[in-house]
Every structure is written in structure tokens, then in C-alpha cells.
Ligand binder design. Structure first.
Ligand code: BES
Ligand code: MN
Ligand code: ZN
Length: 494
């Protein structure tokens, strides 16, 4: 689905389907009223007929004129005087979904004529493009022939007045770039572990680098040994797949400006290692590289937007497998930082690969470091599927991420990092253990990481509950690409 801005007069509009918002009390906006006039009062007749429920997201389809506006989807924005972000997003999704079942391929939307409390036109355009692309997303590449029905609308035109259309064009271009980055993250997440290996992630990084002229470097096992990344390598040693440390750099800002570093957990399959996971739902551990996927997706998005910021993405990528060469519970390893770790549970491997990557990023003198990881089942229990867990050693950085999350609808919720939790990581034999017991599992995981991030402002996003959906609609969500990209847009000055 292609999105674009259209500036033609409503009276002269020709399209397969127009999306028209209906406000509280069955009121139409200016554009809706104009279409109603052209169609001889068909819209107001339908509204008086009472077939459109007031609830946000209710829809009603009418036929217009084959040579003009051929169809209209009326969509309710709710019966409150103030349209909320959620009501608008729900309405946009419902309207586009309704349009998606029709035979027409070109859709014109007027939904953004409705006021949304606290949000501007830019946000409303952005939301529609992103929601449309979500509905259009399919993952068919592993099927011998595609069996899902494609999303019909080929183009989504957003109708705006000619004045201000340049800003609207930019909003649509940015939303499209974000959707492209999110789709990349989804594809990587959905690919199975036998395809999406550490090598595959490295090749994907090289492809993005080629297409968008970024700098890419892939460190091999030898180089990681030279850097003394004993913790990362201890996870990789049970696998036949060679580990990769992927470094992808985007320079959109002045060369001297300190970059934001994004560090993504890239476990391409997590069996648990010798501390083997139970069999049920283990297939979902192919999603254990969704942090890495979000780093690649975000870099693709900001590079396509040409955002004036510097970003360095660092991805420690390997598999967590049991084998004769795998780490045993009780083994002690030395991290790149020099700190020693007693590995009491080989299934707590994410923190073991991240800690060395977090030490490695010090060399970029980053303005801020954000790691993204499907780190703990405990975070899924704490926050479910709606909010990612946010941990940070810096309040301003945490607030910036919270705010970007609210704006993009890709929310996170701040969790504590108090000193007291650190005690759970005590080991009688090494500087620390890699697990902290049953209590506050997502907090002790973050505490473990905090021991490697003292040199800079740092935030950790635990995306174990948000990166993919389980059950009948199993699949990667592409999160938190919208949150990270939103944060970087804010850093770039909006
Ligand atoms: N990748 C998992 C975390 C995970 C589990 C995410 C289930 C989503 C759903 C991680 O590597 C892991 O296994 N964590 C352990 C840590 C524990 C051994 C301290 C966990 O959460 O059970
Ligand atoms: Mn694990
Ligand atoms: Zn894992």
C-alpha cells in the first residue's frame, strides 16, 4: 500500500472509496459535508437512519457515484466531545479494514479533519499511514504459494488543503519510512531460526548499509576473542552457528556529534542451553532476536528519513544451544569489562551477550545508550503485552522514551533499579551471578546490565511481552521500532 498526499477540492473528488469521519452527535466535518452535498444528502440520510453506532470504530458503507466518490465508509469517532488518540486510531483501523474488504483499490481519507485532543495534523496523518501498513502486512515468504488474501487498497490518499501540504508530505514520508523499518523488523522476527541465523542478521545489516550508505562492520569470533568478550562467547560456544557482532553506523548529524547507541539482543534461537527450556512453545524462542531486529529496523527508518542524528547500532548475535561444548551451570566467565560472572542458569543468556556489547559501545563515546532485549519472562508477567519494561540510570532519558512511547502508541513503563535489588546477584565464587532468584526477575536482569553501563546515560527496554504475539495471530509486532524512531525524531528536533 502506497500513501500520499492529495490536495484536490472535495467537490471534484474521484475515488473508489472515501473515508469520512463522524463526530459526536452524528456531525460531519467540512469535507464530509461537501461530499454529502455532492452525493445529494446520502451521508446525512444514512446518519439520520441511525445505522451507524456511536462507538469509536463503528463503520457504515454507502455507495456514491461511480464516476465520482464511488463509495463512502462512514466511521464513528465516538460520542465524547473530545476525540482521544485511541478513538482516532481505532477509527482509522476500522475504516481502513472496511475499505480493505471492498473491490476498490484507491482510498481517500478525510479522517484527519476530526480534532484529536493534544495531537496535530502530523500525528493524525502518521497514524493513518502506519495503521494502513499494519493491516497490509503479510508474511508469506515461507509458504510455497501465498494463501492469505492481500489487502486490497493499493493507495491511501490523505486529502489536505494545498496550504500546509509540504508539512503533510513530510509526515507521510516519515510514516512510510517508519513502516518500512517496522516491516523489516517483523520479517526478521517471523523468519525461523534455521533461516534467520547470526550470519543472516549480519547479511541484512550489510544490505541496509549498501542501500542507505551506512557504515557496517561485522566482528567474527576471532575478533571477539581478541576483545576478551568471554561472556558473549560463552553463550555462542554450544552452537554450530558462528557468532557475529554487528556494528551499523548512520551519520545524519555533524561528524563531531556524539551518537545514540542502540544495542539489540540477537539470540537467533534460545533453547535455554544446558538449562534447557521446556518443549511447549519453544518455537517462540525464534523471536529472541527481536531486539536486534528493532535496531536494524530503526536504523533503516532513520536513514530513509535522513534524520539529522548520529546512531550506532550494535548487535551481539548468536544461538543458545546445548551441546558437548556448551557452558555448564556453575561455569565462571570473564566479561570484556573484566568482571567475572558465575553462570548459574544458561537460560539467562541475553544479559551475558549484552554485557559485552554494552562495554564495547563505550568506544563510541555515546550521548546515550539504549539496549533492547526480549530479556525476561518475568517482564511478561509484570507488564503483559501493552508496555515494554523501561529501566534507566537517567531520568531525562527515561522521560524522553516514555513520551516518545505515548506519542507513537508504542508505550513503555518505567521500572525500578534500586540498589537493594543488586544483592540478589551475589555469588560466592565470582563477582556476580547471572541470575537473581525468582523475585523481581526483570529488575535483577536490568541490575545485572547496570553493572556494565556506568560510563554513560543508559536505558534498557525489556520487550519480552511486546515484541511478538502468541496464539492464533502469532507473529512479530515490529516493536519497539516506532518508540525508538520517535525518540530519535525528538532528538533530531522533531
Ligand atoms: N529469551 C528469554 C526470555 C523470554 C522468555 C522472553 C519467555 C519471552 C518469553 C530469556 O533468555 C530467558 O530465558 N530468561 C529467563 C531468565 C531466568 C533463567 C532467570 C526467564 O525469563 O525465564
Ligand atoms: Mn534464555
Ligand atoms: Zn533469551
Amino acid at each position: 500500500m502506497q500513501s500520499s498526499i492529495k490536495t484536490s477540492a472535495v467537490e471534484a473528488l474521484r475515488c473508489g472509496c472515501a473515508l469520512v469521519p463522524v463526530l459526536a452527535g452524528g456531525k460531519l466535518t467540512a469535507g464530509g459535508t461537501a461530499i454529502d452535498k455532492v452525493l445529494g444528502g446520502a451521508l446525512s440520510n444514512a446518519l439520520t437512519g441511525g445505522d451507524l453506532a456511536a462507538k469509536a470504530g463503528s463503520t457504515l458503507m454507502l455507495y456514491g457515484q461511480p464516476r465520482g466518490v464511488a463509495r463512502v465508509v462512514l466511521v464513528a469517532l465516538g460520542d465524547q466531545a473530545n476525540v482521544t488518540e485511541k478513538a482516532f486510531t481505532d477509527a482509522a483501523r476500522a475504516a481502513l479494514r472496511a475499505a480493505g474488504t471492498l473491490a476498490s483499490t484507491d482510498v481517500v481519507s478525510l479522517l484527519h479533519e476530526a480534532e484529536v485532543a493534544g495531537r496535530d495534523l502530523d500525528w493524525k496523518l502518521h497514524t493513518q499511514v502506519v495503521v494502513g501498513r499494519e493491516l497490509a502486512y503479510r508474511f508469506d515468504q515461507m509458504k510455497s504459494k501465498p494463501e492469505s488474501t492481500p489487502f486490497k487498497p493499493e493507495s491511501l490518499h490523505l486529502l489536505v488543503p494545498r496550504a500546509g501540504s509540504a508539512a503533510a508530505e513530510r509526515a507521510v514520508a516519515r510514516a512510510t519510512a517508519l513502516a518500512n523499518g517496522t516491516d523489516l523488523a517483523k520479517d526478521l522476527g517471523n523468519l525461523p531460526g534455521n533461516v534467520c541465523t547470526p550470519t543472516y542478521l549480519a547479511d541484512t545489516a550489510r544490505k541496509i548499509a549498501r542501500e542507505f550508505k551506512l557504515k557496517v562492520q561485522v566482528l567474527e569470533r576471532k575478533q571477539m576473542e581478541a576483545l576478551k568478550m568471554g561472556s558473549l562467547l560463552s553463550v555462542a560456544q554450544g552452537s554450530e552457528q558462528p557468532p557475529k557482532l554487528i556494528v551499523l553506523q548512520y551519520q545524519g548529524g555533524p561528524a563531531r556529534q556524539a551518537p545514540v547507541a542502540l544495542v539489540g539482543k540477537g539470540i537467533t534461537f534460545d533453547t535455554g542451553g544446558i538449562s534447557l527450556k521446556p518443549g511447549a512453545e519453544m518455537d517462540e524462542m525464534k523471536f529472541d532476536m527481536c531486539g536486534a531486529a528493532s535496531v536494524l529496523g530503526t536504523l533503516r527508518a532513520v536513514a530513509e528519513m535522513k534524520l539529522p542524528v548520529n546512531v550506532v547500532g550494535v548487535i551481539p548475535a548468536c544461538e543458545n544451544m546445548p551441546s558437548g561444548r556448551a557452558t555448564r551451570p556453575g561455569d565462571i566467565v570473564t566479561s570484556m569489562s573484566g568482571q567475572t560472572i558465575e553462570i548459574l542458569n544458561t537460560d539467562a543468556e541475553g544479559r551475558l551477550i549484552l554485557c559485552d556489547a554494552l562495554t564495547y559501545v563505550e568506544r563510541f563515546k555515546p550521548a546515550a545508550v539504549i539496549d533492547i532485549a526480549t530479556l525476561t519472562g518475568a517482564c511478561v508477567i509484570a507488564l503483559g503485552a501493552h508496555n515494554s519494561g523501561l529501566f534507566s540510570n537517567n531520568d531525562a532519558l527515561a522521560d524522553a522514551l516514555l513520551s516518545a512511547g505515548r506519542r507513537t502508541g508504542d508505550r513503555c513503563w518505567r521500572m525500578p533499579l534500586d540498589e537493594e535489588y543488586q544483592e540478589q546477584l551475589k555469588s560466592p565464587f565470582a563477582d556476580m551471578a547471572n541470575i537473581g532468584g525468582r523475585m523481581a526477575g526483570s529488575v535483577t536482569a536490568a541490575c545485572f546490565l547496570s553493572r556494565f553501563t556506568k560510563a554513560y546515560d543508559w536505558a534498557h527496554l525489556d520487550i519480552a511481552g511486546t515484541a511478538w504475539r502468541s496464539g492464533a495471530n502469532k507473529g512479530s509486532s515490529g516493536r519497539p521500532v516506532p518508540l525508538l524512531t520517535g525518540y530519535l525524531i525528538d532528538r533530531a528536533g522533531g
